[in-house]
Design a protein around this ligand. Sequence first.
Ligand SMILES: [Zn+2]
Ligand SMILES: [Zn+2]
Length: 347
Amino acid sequence: MQDYWLDTHTMKAFVVTAPKTFEIQDVAEPKASAGEIVAQVERVGVCGTDVEFFDGVMPYLHDGQAELPMRLGHEWSGTVIEVGEGVDKSFLGKKVTSDVMMGCGNCKRCNDGRQHTCADRYELGIRNGFNGALANKLLIPARFAHILPDSFDFELGALVEPAANAWRVADAAKAAPGKQILIWGTGTVGLLSAQFCMAMGASVHMVGIDPKTIGLALEFGVTSAGTEVKKIDGGYHSVVDATFDASIPAKLVDIVEPGGRIVLIGVDNHAAQIDSRKLVFRDITVVGILSGSPGFKESIRFIAEGKVDVKKILGGTVGLNEAGNIFLGNRPAGLGFEPKILVNPNA
Ligand SMILES: [Zn+2]
Ligand SMILES: [Zn+2]
């Protein structure tokens, strides 16, 4: 019976088979067991982490936390179409997204609010072989789902995960009225972090390399943005690395005001080097951010209340067959310059 089922119920999935190599494969559809849900996937965001996996350079591929082939996709939205035993039936038909980090639920970290750092965690489409969302359907444990407000469309839903990371950046930077914050990097995370910092009342200055995304930052109201760090009266209370450049953290140590905060969310393939003595002598707090997990509820609230306009970073949507071109850096004509591209796996 099982073989028959596998043979006849298949779906399309985007699978990275080797570095820079992919296939659209027919794979078995997922089926919800106890505690799980299956969703029809509607939109999946492609992010820098996905591209690092695709290119074969993501550190997890080299320390045993992940291996190819992989089904990527961790920024997603969809509709619940099946619930397993013990899952509230009211989930059916709901628009959802989910956390990326899926802790074991039993250890000390999981039980004190740090499930995203659980040693045994799965990461959706990233860690320990958990299949990601670049497919027609996705299976996840129901406890990691976030039901989206009715006002959200699927594009907004797929932006919740990067927005949750950005909320955490703004929170870690202690964004508030009167605070001056420098964000280095005008990609998705940098731009969204700028929006959340501003929504919390801070003045934001940005540094980037792409004139178009620098222009976009200015368009949505940052105080300054350019290719060089701007000297400002009073200096920067907090500085953020949202780049993929290992040389930036050391620069931030020299830029931030004494007593200030450095927030690190960008990851290069090489280790960044910083002089810890400078942190001591200048009384600097450094915060690393692994995931948006503790920020989902707040980011959904900020979006729902119109405090941030996350769709401003959307460059467009492609079908599953075009996903490979996005990963290869061949953006199909017709897409905007904005950093975030979504995939509709059913198109
Ligand atoms: Zn991501
Ligand atoms: Zn755990």
